[in-house]
Design a protein around this ligand. Structure first.
Ligand code: NAP
Ligand code: HSE
Length: 428
């Protein structure tokens, strides 16, 4: 039986999961892939801390050079995270003729091109299924099973922490901070949850998804990003009354020869399949000209779900090594489409505001929208307190720039006491 040696870089949540899954697969893997994968080295910072996590502490090292110089190591699985030194290690591994698996969305969303160019040049595999939506297969389906499509839309819930928070706000009427505290207590949110709640984690995944789906490089800075920190229990309640559920959505579309890539809270009809994705689950919804709609659902993070994706990539590379066909599916960005700025995109909006409760207010507000080309679909007066009325407006599809102009004018009107929320609504 052929033995293929691999090195793990990192033995944290994902690294430990990969170690466990490979151990659990020891018997079956030979029959599945016709080879035995052996972890020859594991790179860690602190040897002592890592020793209790493995059967044979002899595999642990804190020398990257030792791994790089070992010709028997044919695959490096980078599960340490961060931009550096992970980026340099991956480049050096590829240059040394090794194949690479990575779960590192932070790195791919900013330096993907450089890494994929190196892999392509050397004819090596660089696989990254775990980098988007953890255990959910989505990169391989887009690159392989759906390759016969012209994809036009990829939209999803790709951050588990924020989906958990929004689910608790909806189901239990919690305010944002209370739900975030619960997410931290249950171990869903990181010690510093800002990348999750500010939408950055989802934006990295959208950059990667858009690049793969539309064959054109999209980087983190191309993705308009807005988190969920301003969403209140009142907005969630009003959305529910109107038949909508608020989700933090990653949206990537190809329209009129350009790409839209954005992350923001959105009201989606409660009957939409993504509305039923609850707690820390993720889901990605795609639309292609041949397949029509398809949705992928599952666990977007965690030790074993993420390891499931990493090990799938390791098995794929092992098969490629056996048949001498590494680099078979390399970078698929063969187009160079522009990415639209957010102010050129068309959205529908839910706007909640506190206004003077007096005659003519509604006419003044409608006139601001009308003169900026914003057409209104619904206007509802909600709660009334003394001399203040709460107005909820739903717009038709409107160019974001025109909506932003209207908002600026409304904020300057004395009859408008507060703009309480502006949330995008699903649909054109
Ligand atoms: P983690 O628990 O923080 O583990 C990182 C590991 O890498 C630790 O063992 C750490 O060692 C080691 N490490 C970090 N920098 C190192 C360096 N310079 N040299 C040697 N070892 C180093 O992180 P994780 O949650 O497993 O995430 C790993 C990667 O997977 C990240 O790219 C993340 O975005 C991605 N990912 C994670 C999940 C998830 O559910 N956690 C899901 C999808 C993707 P020390 O402990 O000694 O610092
Ligand atoms: N922090 C991410 C989430 C998991 O909450 O989904 C890692 O991608």
């Amino acid at each position: 039986m052929e033995k293929i040696s691999i090195a793990l870089l990192g033995l944290g949540t994902v690294g430990t999961g990969v170690y466990k899954v490979l151990k659990a697969q020891k018997e079956d893997m030979a029959r599945k892939i016709g080879a035995e994968l052996e972890i020859k080295k594991i790179l860690v910072r602190n040897l002592e801390k890592a020793a209790g996590k493995v059967d044979d502490p002899g595999v642990l090292t804190n020398s990257w050079q030792e791994i790089l110089d070992d010709p028997q190591i044919q695959i490096v699985a980078e599960v340490m995270g961060g931009i550096e030194p992970a980026g340099t290690y991956i480049l050096q591994a590829l240059e040394a003729g090794k194949n690479v698996v990575t779960a590192n969305k932070d790195l791919l969303a900013v330096k993907g091109k450089e890494l994929f160019d190196a892999a392509g040049r050397k004819g090596q595999d660089l696989l990254f299924e775990a980098a988007v939506a953890g255990g959910i297969p989505i990169i391989r389906p887009l690159k392989q099973c759906l390759a016969g499509n012209h994809m036009t839309e990829v939209m999803g819930i790709v951050n588990g922490t924020t989906n958990f928070i929004l689910t608790r706000m909806l189901a239990d009427g919690m305010e944002f901070q209370e739900a975030l505290d619960l997410a931290s207590r249950l171990g869903y949110a990181e010690a510093d949850p800002s990348a999750d709640i500010e939408g950055l984690d989802a934006a990295r995944k959208v950059a990667i998804l858009a690049s793969v789906a539309f064959h054109s490089r999209v980087t983190l800075e191309d993705v308009y990003t807005e988190g969920i920190t301003k969403i209140t229990a009142t907005d969630i309640r009003y959305a529910r009354e109107m038949g909508y559920t608020i989700k933090l959505l990653g949206v990537a579309k190809e329209t009129e020869g350009a790409i839209e890539a954005r992350v923001h809270p959105m009201m989606i009809p409660s009957s939409h399949p993504l509305a039923s994705v609850k707690d820390s689950f993720n889901a990605v919804f795609v639309h292609g000209d041949a397949v029509d709609d398809a949705m992928f659902y599952g666990r977007g993070a965690g030790e074993l779900p993420t390891a499931s994706a990493v090990v799938g990539d390791l098995f794929d590379i092992a098969r490629n090594i056996r048949f001498g066909c590494c680099g078979r599916i390399s970078c698929t960005c063969y187009r160079n489409l522009p990415v639209k700025k957010i102010d050129e995109v068309t959205s529908r909006y839910f706007l909640r505001m506190q206004v003077d409760d007096q005659c003519g207010v509604l006419a003044s507000i409608s006139s601001v929208f009308g003169s900026n080309g914003v057409s209104l679909a619904q206007v509802i007066q909600k709660a009334k307190q003394q001399d203040t009325a709460e107005l909820v407006v739903i717009t038709e599809g409107v160019v974001e720039r025109h909506f932003a102009d209207s908002l600026k004018i409304l904020k300057g009107l004395s009859i408008v006491k507060e703009i309480s929320a502006a949330i995008r609504v699903y649909g054109d």
